[in-house]
Design a protein around this ligand. Sequence first.
Ligand code: PRP
Ligand code: ZN
Length: 286
Amino acid sequence: MKKTLRIAVQKSGRLSEQSLKLMNECGIRFNNGKSRLKAVSYNFPAEFLFLRDDDIPGYVEDGVADLGLVGENEMAEKAKDIELIKKLGFSKCRLSLAIPRDKEYHGPAYFQDTNIATSYPRILNQYLENQNISAQIHEISGSVEIAPSIGLADAVCDIVSSGSTLLSNGLKEVETIFKSETVLIGNHTALVEKKDLIDQLVFRINSVLTGKGNKYILLNAPDEATQAIVDLLPGMRSPTIVPLAMSGWNSIHSVVEEDQFWEVIEKLKEAGAEGILVVPIEKMIL
Ligand code: PRP
Ligand code: ZN
């Protein structure tokens, strides 16, 4: 029987759009009816299961899905027996404690003997234990941020991304207790039995993520500046130098890491580079 990868993605929410975009950038195409529970790819042996993010770690542990794209927050909270394959670097957020805006805050001791509403009791409990604070944890599964205003809790511990949910509920963020981004998780058995397919997918993801972390750069330089510029540009192996039609001038091509980008550009200009073009890289295979 032909093997198929079953990949769980969030049905709707902060992660879903970018998770599907990544699959698309990996060249995995499918007809996406959002209202459906499942979609089958027509050019890669994979099917997608659209689920609530909270349920994804459990489904991956049980083997209902072989892989899942989920927030590290859900992975840590559910503490299932699953494997973290790769951090994906998008949908970054944090789990924070927040209190009513008008309250004074001087440190974690604030939370002693309070009642805190959260959907993340395990992570919160760990934090409180580390801080030697005893507090009541009130577990609720949604709309945590309204708990203080309806008198259900003194504080909340919830996911913050832009911060607008806290702001519109009259709350202020006072402690960050966990940092999260989307991760690729896997079922232990599937990692063995479907290793070839999972390796193919991870290879594609790596090429996309590496490409995003780098830029292709092209510039012109006179002969006398060429060596100094080449020394500034490591490239994948070394830069490409192509003579321009005008004698005494070259076009130099290379790859620069996104993080070092602005610094390198400044130095290139000082060294005599002209007509600098910067182009995004769709995929990069090292
Ligand atoms: C979180 C959290 C807030 C919102 C915060 O929900 O519960 O509702 O995101 O985002 P903001 O700081 O940009 O306003 P999440 O996306 O995890 O959805 P879920 O709890 O429904 O799974
Ligand atoms: Zn959720």
